[in-house]
Every structure is written in structure tokens, then in C-alpha cells.
Design a protein around this ligand. Sequence first.
Ligand code: R5P
Length: 298
Amino acid sequence: MRNKFKIFSGTSGFPLAQKVAKSLGITLGKAEVVRFADGECRVRIEEKVKGMKTFVIQSLCPPVDENLMELSLFGDALKRSGAEKIVAIIPYLGYARQDRPHRPGECVSSQVVAKIIETAFEEIITLEAHSPQALSYFRIPVVHLSTVWLLSGKIRGYGVVAPDEGRRKMASNFRQILKTWVLEAEKERDKKTGKIKIKNTQDLKKVKGKKVVIVDDLIAGGGTVILVAEAAKLAGAEKIWAAVTHPVLVGEAPLRLADSVIEKVLVTDTIPVPPQKRFKKLKIVSVANLLAEEIKKL
Ligand code: R5P
């Protein structure tokens, strides 16, 4: 019997999409993505999808705007090809950090992105979004998956450190699974420049002589986990790991992490990490089975 669903991948969805398809015992749907000299994009679906459930896997990682536009064009092409249901699988939901105006006069990017996506899709599946607020802007159903079980499976005997209040819930989930202790560092970000500093609080002193894992939703420039790790080291931590869902890894982040006091950086494959960004301490665990299970449910 012919499959009643098809999975497509946008440019930033590979190689995760291939793993998801393999896990489901199918091949990826064929599509043509053309990028013109002026930067515009065209998407064409090269499969019969009429009456079928369809999924497009695309992360909103750099180049964020290109990936967002390409995702929307996939949705439109599928609609025009007669797909019955069109679901966006967005392993990494970009723009989620601007989920409210942090200063008067600022835009709310998360809401704008939600509006763009829901014009082309009927449902989204995403993983470890930066905040519940960013997801609240969608007026279509959202399936929000956690990567805590997956990442914690690689950790034993470590206490958990949240870099800030925003990761309190994630850190507490790690604590429950790892049956360990948790504490929260105090991160301060300059609202204008974005520069951060970590306060070496009384609480952080509890890491003395202990193994700790710093957990976070994403590593962009690496400043957050590296500064928290340095503060933990200063407070006497014996061994420091980081467990972070989305390896955005911009600029010098791979080099800085490689040279840092962090001994292991656990991430997932929600964002492809090209060979030139890989470093010895980096360990990537796949979310492919998690997504495949979710697709089966639909
Ligand atoms: C911020 O609130 C996020 O949860 C991350 O901690 C942050 O965005 C990571 O960025 P970077 O690696 O540039 O410090």
C-alpha cells in the first residue's frame, strides 16, 4: 500500500530529515529548491501529494530569514499541490528570544514569525522552544517536545546548573530524571548591547568539589555556558559539562568552547553542525526517533 504521508526537507532540515525518514522506513519526498542570483527562492514539489498528510522539516537557524521564507514557500507549494494536511516540523524555532518588547519601541519577532508560519501550515512540531510565550502566538496547534530525556541519558552523577531564570524549568526536569540537585546562576544581560555577566552568588559556591552540567536551550556565541562554567570552576567545581539542545554555534563559538573549561558539550541535531564547526568535546545526539514517533502519532 502507498504511504499516506510524505516528509520533505528544507535546506536546513538535512541530515536530520533523512534520519527521520529512515527511522520510518520511507524515503524523503522530492522537491526542488532554487535560489536565484538576487537571493529569491522558488520551491517546487516533485511528488504526488494530493489528499496526503505532509511534513516539512526545516530549522530556523542561520541564515534565519532565508530558512523561514523557504519554509513558507514549501507550505504554499504543498497547498497548491493538493496536500490534505501540511505540518511544519521546526526542530529549532528561531526568533523565539524576541518574545516580548524588552525595551519600549521594540518589535515582537516571535509573533510576526508565528503569523508567517500559520499562513502556510496547519500545525507545527517543535523542540525545546526558548519560551512558552513564543509558542503562545501560534493560532494553530503546536506540539512542543522536550529533549531532556534524550540529553540526560548521556549524563550520570552530575548536579545541574541553570544559567538563568529562563532555564529553571528545564533544569528542574533534568534534576528529576537524574535524581540529583539543581541550582541557578544569576545571569545579567545588558538590554542594549546584549553583553552578559554571571554573578558568583552564594548559591554557586555549592558546586565546590562536585561534577556539574550546565543546561540550556541554545548555544549561540557560547558566552552564556562559558561564563557560567568559568564561575563554577572558580567556585571549585571538579568537572563541568554542558547539555544544550540547539547548537546554533555562531562565529567563534566552536573555538571558544573547545578552549573553555567545559569538558564535554552535549547537543542535539536540531541544527546541522558542519564538519568545520565540530570539535573534540562536542557530542551530538539525534532527535530523529523522537520526531519519527510524533509523526507516527499523527
Ligand atoms: C538566553 O536566554 C538563552 O536561553 C541562551 O542562554 C542564550 O541565548 C545563549 O546565547 P549565547 O551562547 O550567545 O550566550
